[in-house]
Design a binder for this molecule. Structure first.
Ligand SMILES: [Zn+2]
Length: 186
């Protein structure tokens, strides 16, 4: 079995090898943490997955998000970045470190897992939208839809600009788990 990271895996499936542990310990002190060798300590960690999901951190929706992805046949087949506000977290001027984190993680997902699609999932009644934009969009569904549409499109366009080969899906989840799509092809 070949591994896309180029790192040979002597460990049995499951537990990382002692050699892996020593490598990780050696990397811990000065080396960049996000190296393929570090991330690929589990045999399946360097495989291919279809998609990268960006969602909000909101605790209320974690089960809905998982159920939605499972319903699409993507259970255990997607990388997952969590930023407060989802698309807004990736584009807001207020938290440049979050923007950077998104792009760096997307880069790692492409390099390591060859993702070919980014699924961006915002949600209604989002506290991060409220805090970052200073307005309670949850009280006006039309304005809320509009601001998510704009922010999702802004991130979607930037993803396509930086990574033209990636497909991008733009989604908005309601608190009941229902998902609307803003993508041209859903
Ligand atoms: Zn949120």
């Amino acid at each position: 079995m070949t591994h896309s990271c180029g790192h040979d895996h002597h460990a049995q499936a499951g537990a990382p090898s002692r050699r892996g542990f020593v490598q990780r310990a050696a990397l811990g002190m000065g080396a960049t943490l996000l190296t393929p060798a570090l991330l690929a300590t589990k045999a399946h960690a360097a495989g291919k997955v279809d998609a990268l999901l960006l969602s909000c951190m909101d605790f209320r929706l974690m089960d809905n998000v998982e159920r939605y992805m499972t319903g699409r046949g993507l259970r255990d087949k997607y990388d997952h970045i969590v930023l407060a506000g989802a698309s807004l977290g990736a584009v807001t001027d207020k938290f440049p470190a979050w923007n950077k984190t998104f792009w760096e993680h997307l880069g790692v997902a492409i390099d390591l897992h060859h993702v070919n699609k980014v699924i961006v999932m915002d949600h209604r009644d989002c506290g991060a939208y409220k805090v970052i934009l200073g307005s309670d969009f949850g009280k006006d569904a039309v304005a809320e839809t509009q601001v998510h549409h704009e922010t999702l499109n802004k991130l979607g366009a930037t993803i396509k600009q930086r990574h033209p080969k990636l497909d991008v899906e733009l989604l908005l989840m309601s608190l009941n788990g229902k998902v609307e799509s803003f993508s041209r092809r859903a």
